[in-house]
Design a protein around this ligand. Structure first.
Ligand SMILES: CC(C)(COP(=O)(O)OP(=O)(O)OC[C@H]1O[C@@H](n2cnc3c(N)ncnc32)[C@H](O)[C@@H]1O)[C@@H](O)C(=O)NCCC(=O)NCCS
Ligand SMILES: Nc1ncnc2c1ncn2[C@@H]1O[C@H](COP(=O)(O)OP(=O)(O)OP(=O)(O)O)[C@@H](O)[C@H]1O
Length: 209
């Protein structure tokens, strides 16, 4: 079977990373959009510096920390409280992120042209239609917004305001479910989630493509 590229999307705090880990435990390889989004603003890299300069030109130098890295907390405050700022920020960062993703897919394909690659990508719906790659299966990981907010506050130390700002920034689940082939609900406990991942893994091995 050729390489199958799976989108793993879902609302913040629903459990994408948990599901991704369960898939990699079963042998999938992973591309993490959040991690690539950190790399594209790495000041140690020429392209990263160019992205940081574009952010500073649009938003001001106060988003750049004294050591030249992105001040992530300040950036989050700006972009998660203001949809126009978020769109402007995404317009700067997302082209670099897309390029990094194409490179990552190619690198994995060159290393091994079969198996499952999971692409953990929180913002899939915002970009659908303009992506320079195609998925064999789109999976969205979903739990009720209140459950996700509780997890972000108790598990990740977010304040309730920060948790809700991000949940709201991502829109509701309707758009994600509309583009998904599989909706993996994680309102239950981790054992329930593990069972759903086992089913998904079987399905991935019965999909040709
Ligand atoms: C705004 C930034 C600096 C905040 O950094 P921070 O370290 O606090 O958060 P982190 O990057 O770990 O993201 C955590 C979660 O926030 C959500 N999130 C991140 N960026 C966005 C965004 N632009 N819009 C909506 N939700 C987002 C995602 O669910 C993500 O998993 C950072 O998230 C960023 O650079 N975002 C833009 C790049 C992007 O779109 N990333 C998502 C990958 S698809
Ligand atoms: N049934 C469950 N399935 C998955 N995760 C769960 C479940 N119950 C509790 N959790 C917890 O929810 C938290 C959020 O999970 P995770 O970090 O995987 O979310 P995420 O969707 O990747 O978030 P982000 O969008 O920030 O990357 C974790 O602490 C995880 O252990």
């Amino acid at each position: 079977m050729p390489l199958r590229l799976i989108a793993l999307t879902g609302g913040i705090g629903a459990g994408k990373s948990t599901v991704a880990r369960m898939l990699t435990d079963r042998g999938a390889r992973l591309i993490d959009a959040d991690e690539l989004a950190r790399r594209v603003v790495d000041p140690a890299d020429d392209r990263g510096r160019a992205v940081l300069a574009a952010i500073a030109a649009r938003f001001g130098d106060d988003l750049i920390a004294p050591d030249g890295t992105l001040d992530r907390a300040r950036t989050a405050d700006r972009v998660f409280s203001d949809p126009d700022a978020r769109a402007a920020y995404n317009a700067i960062v997302h082209p670099a992120l897309r390029k990094a993703t194409v490179d990552a897919i190619e690198t994995l394909r060159t290393a091994q042209d079969d198996g499952v690659v999971a692409h953990e990508i929180p913002l899939l719906t915002a970009d659908t239609g303009s992506l320079p790659w195609t998925y064999d299966l789109v999976v969205t990981v979903e739990a009720a917004a209140e459950v996700r907010a509780d997890r972000l506050v108790s598990g990740r130390g977010y304040s309730p305001e920060h948790a809700w700002a991000r949940i709201v920034a991502q829109g509701d689940e309707t758009a994600r479910i509309a583009i998904a082939d599989v909706v993996l609900r994680t309102d239950g406990d981790r054992a329930d989630t593990a069972r759903s991942v086992t089913e998904l893994w079987s399905r991935l091995h019965s999909v040709t493509g």
